[in-house]
Design a protein around this ligand. Structure first.
Ligand code: ZN
Length: 339
């Protein structure tokens, strides 16, 4: 059986980026290249998003912060929402409502479509009271809170190059399984994501931080995917995947050394578990700031769709990690397994 794959799409996505002015064009280009290649290579059901309403933002964000987002949206020039990463621009508030609405539309349509992908989404750094790391709003946290409230059991697989600090903080005490695979050396943005942070209260032992050494290649990434096996014991009704592709080699925010192969393996692994456990999948495009970022997104969807990489026009090559980085990566993963 092949699952139906839905794509939340609005042409306005081509113009939306909350990234630093230096890489805004790059992040818009990624979405443009993605939609062109996805339409050409995949079988998709396109779904038009409904914008969210203000009250929805307040399900995660503070009243004051939502008010300030509305205010800056009226300022007629580009400025920063935080200390120099996340921009505001005229009309950003309406764009935020469209982004969050995309998640809500995905949830609504997931009753009928098993896999839904939101290419412009996965803003996992935003905190309740402030923007962070190109993320003015935490669309994933809003979606997950909604799902929990409607009685769903949710697992999050967040594989962006950057630790999903906002998601972890907002959901740390919630009964949500959270698996984070990211680049970590204690300094690389956002600098959070210690192995020892395993969750608290109803979230105790449900938080997994798999911080890979910078420079890790596809072989290390594939080994880290073994942590996804805990999804089987958790037996969720929804798996929310932030499939950020900024860990690809040649990304402008250099971190890991991944190729589309890693995201293909991620998609395949999720799809295989989905066949066994019958959960719904909501996937997000996350970050990606390189010429070839869209290929990581396409590879992830090829994996979810049980297609080969070559059938979507991607060479199946793998990067191999140097031995000292590999040893360090395995040491960290062993430590997490023992914790
Ligand atoms: Zn990122």
């Amino acid at each position: 059986m092949v699952h139906l794959l839905g794509l939340v799409w609005d042409d306005r996505f081509l113009e939306i980026s909350f990234s630093h002015p230096m890489i805004r064009d790059m992040s818009k280009q990624r979405i443009r290249k993605f939609i062109e290649s996805a339409r050409k290579n995949l079988s998709l059901i396109e779904i038009a998003p409904e914008p969210a309403v203000e009250e929805v933002l307040k399900e995660v964000h503070t009243e004051e912060y939502v008010k300030s987002l509305k205010e800056v949206s009226k300022i007629p020039y580009i400025g920063f929402l935080d200390s120099g990463d996340t921009v505001h621009y005229p009309g950003i508030y309406e764009d935020v409502l469209l982004v969050v609405g995309s998640s809500l539309t995905a949830i609504a349509r997931s009753k009928y479509i098993d896999q839904i992908y939101v290419p412009l989404g996965g803003f996992h750094h935003a905190l309740p009271g402030r923007a962070m790391g190109f993320c003015p709003v935490n669309d994933v946290a809003i979606a997950v809170k909604r799902l929990i409230r409607s009685g769903e059991k949710v697992a999050i697989v967040d594989v962006d190059a950057h630790h999903g600090n906002g998601l972890q903080e907002i959901l740390y005490r919630d009964p949500v399984l959270k698996i984070n695979i990211f680049a970590y050396n204690g300094v690389f943005f956002p600098g959070t994501g210690k192995i020892e942070e395993r969750g608290e209260g109803e979230g105790a032992n449900l938080n997994y931080n798999i911080g890979l050494p910078l420079g890790s290649g596809d072989d290390v990434f594939e080994e880290s995917l073994s942590f996804l096996d805990v999804v089987k014991d958790f037996s969720p009704s929804y798996v929310v995947v932030v499939a950020g592709v900024d860990g690809m080699r040649n990304d402008n925010l250099a971190s890991l050394s991944l190729t589309p192969h890693s995201f293909y393996m991620l998609g395949k692994k999720i799809e295989k578990m989905q066949r066994e456990l019958s959960f719904k999948v909501i996937g997000y495009g996350g970050g990606g700031y390189g010429e070839c970022s869209h290929l990581g997104m396409l590879a992830f969807l090829a994996g979810l769709s049980r297609l080969s990489l070559t059938s979507v026009g991607i060479d199946n090559v793998k990067t191999i990690t140097d031995s000292s980085t590999l040893i360090e990566a395995r040491k960290r993963m062993d430590k997490l397994r023992r914790s």
